[in-house]
Design a binder for this molecule. Sequence first.
Ligand code: PMP
Length: 360
Amino acid sequence: MTRVFNFSAGPAALPEPVLQQAAAEMSDWRGSGMSVMEMSHRGKEFMSILAETKALLIELLNIPANYKVLFMQGGALGQNAILPMNLLRGRNSADYVHTGEWSKKSIEEAGKYCRVRVAATAEASRFTHVPPQGSWDIDPHAAYVHICSNETIGGVEYHWTPDTGDVPLVADMSSNILSKPVDVSRYGLIYAGAQKNIGPAGLTLVIVREDLLGSALPITPQVFDYQHLAANDSMINTPPTYAIYIAGLVFQWIKDQGGLEGMARLNQAKAGLLYDTLDASGFYTSPVAREDRSRMNVPFRLPDPALDAEFLKGAEARGMVQLKGHRVVGGMRASIYNAVPMAAVQALVAYMKEFEAKHG
Ligand code: PMP
């Protein structure tokens, strides 16, 4: 059995050493005589896994002491509702920056709970750039300003941290969390679905500044009340135990790769190789403004969509899967998260050149 080069946008490739360790520990976790899946979430074994996973995340992201780390469920889409429920704090509107499909979903959902102001939008460029800070119109009374730090479908990423003054900055980091160092203190809240750079689907990570807690709307479900979760160390009910365990193994793997600096170097090298190939080709095109191109999700187009099927078929024959672009953007998309090795990008680039030589 050989493993494919997996360019899936999520759930996505996991580090092979993590999978091997999980396999080795599958039926007997470190002499406990149990699989992690079989453990009581309140038993000492799982409590130690939870504590270690949290400690590793705090270390990797250098999370300040006045922030809470919450392990939740409901996905990043769940947070689109959970966020306004928890963070309005008596205010009646929130600001959103519209950069593509995922921020659009956030805007639509938040509209059920508060007035949503679009503080900036990239609609004019068909969502191929991040609106520069100078174009943002932030309401100083907004409960928060929401951004999507990496638009997974459009392939647009912030390479700078917005300055929102006294209004808390909130980021959906689902598709670029842990891919580079982040100054957490610049954010009021960060959330991410796990199934790209963290681990299996089913776990949602929230990092929130303490002073924003405690004013959830009365309708907020108990299991989605940040304050309540923080007070109970994410253990109001059964957390996604196995996903948390795998996340812990992934965090340790990231640490072993040199932490977030190490990840950033690797991701820069991988994305650089792919974008250089696109730019040098005259055959493939990248729709995204150069300065805002994502290092995680790289959409690209062939000169004629009639070639797409043959490109994908040839890729699969060479062990490269999940390169089909999202239907909204079309063309191809290579998702090259932390766990996608440089060898995968090298194989892709070699194949792209071969395909271009044949059809160019
Ligand atoms: N936000 C972003 C940026 C995403 O990429 C995704 C998933 N692709 C989501 C939100 C939705 O995440 P989930 O499936 O965990 O709800």
